[in-house]
Design a protein around this ligand. Sequence first.
Ligand code: SF4
Length: 477
Amino acid sequence: MTFTKNILLINPFVYDFTAFDYWAKPKGLLEVGKIFTELGFTVELIDCLCKEDKDMAAFARQRSGIQQALVKQYGTGRCCRQEIEKPPNMNTIARRMYRFGIHPDLLRERLKNLKTKPTLIGVSGIMTYWCRGVKETIAIVKDIFPYTPVVLGGIYPSLIPEHAREYSGADIIFSGKVTKERLISLLQQTGLCTTISGRTDHADTCFFYPYPDPSYGVINLSEGCPKNCTYCASKILRPHYTGHNVEMALQEIKFFADQGIQDIAFYDDALLFQKEKRLLPFLEQVVDEFPLLRFHTPNGMHLDLLDNKTADLMYRANFKTLRFGFETAQPELSIRTGLKIRLHNCKNKIEILKEAGFTREHIGIYVMIGLPGQTVESVEESLEFVRSCRVNANITEFSPIPGTIEFVNAQQNAPVDFTADPELQNNSLLPLRDRTFSFDVVNRLKNICYRAPRKSAISDHQMPSVNRYFMLNQGKN
Ligand code: SF4
């Protein structure tokens, strides 16, 4: 090994009941890689959740008990997984638990075979309830590189830094937004680098997406959200809404298209907000210059901000997956938590989408189940309302996000202490936290979605419920 200014970034493997790659990339970690590259460092990425990784596939073939990754429509899919024993406090859960992603032995091998010893190792922590995978990944890293500083950043250490400090094993906890200034300051504080050879200004000079044969690209035109829903961490992680440079976004699209990538997912929380400034000019160019690309919006968009012109441009730009936040038809709960859209307006806006050419195959409306104070009957009504609009309802199980109002509300009546144990904040464990939404009830509600005679681009059988926590936060780690 030679010693150079080399930075290693790792997106850890995860423990969960389900982990579907619904265009999910560690966007924050990729931003870190981009900034370090601009600063003149050599940056390597090990994404333990990469489903296109050929080494992981070969390893899975050799070891029994590991299921291969699956790539499905539009680049979505599932990375390889191995069933593991559930922790004792989850034994009552009638679901299998898995380690998703790279096998720890293969991660060790990869680290040992690195050509250059890293100067600094950055690890991302996304969901708070994925903290075990973070801890185990860092333990492996520390075993191989005991003297290399490990920095943990992302949503998990931003939302519960004290837990991350005590539990993860990282040397440095990096909470909050990643900026070039903060990363330079981190390097100087750690004494790793006093002189920077690359660009320290704000000019974007490169794209960092070092995936082998990527099946999709990810992009955002903005950060943050002007709304402040009581179950969402957007305002905590990104207090201010800011727009990105459209020209830069178009260059990024070209970068993806040049690699043969066809599917692009937007990570914006508020893609339609100030659309005249960014989305519309962006799409006008896309229609002319990138007619073969397909677009997807896994984060729910604001349906009330939609108009005919936008719907028409989105259709012509080849949007294939449209998701909109709706959450609940229960009036007082909707108003208390953030009111995405009123019912009559929702129907009108869906008509606008249909007039533009979209069908139910394209359109999915998120309905939340398990919000504190929500009744089962109101969820049924919400699902029936969405079905009556002749579009797909996508169920999202409520996951309490630390720092939000609904986290506190949910904990007050919960039979388990999920504040102390972030693993219990998993959306799949809703029935453990809220007796109203038992497994039977949750399954019955999911079946209401299946009942509709429809053909979905991403069927609910592929992804029975959406891990909305990730969607509400994935662009900000
Ligand atoms: S749930 Fe959506 S609309 Fe509400 S604050 Fe979060 S990102 Fe914004």
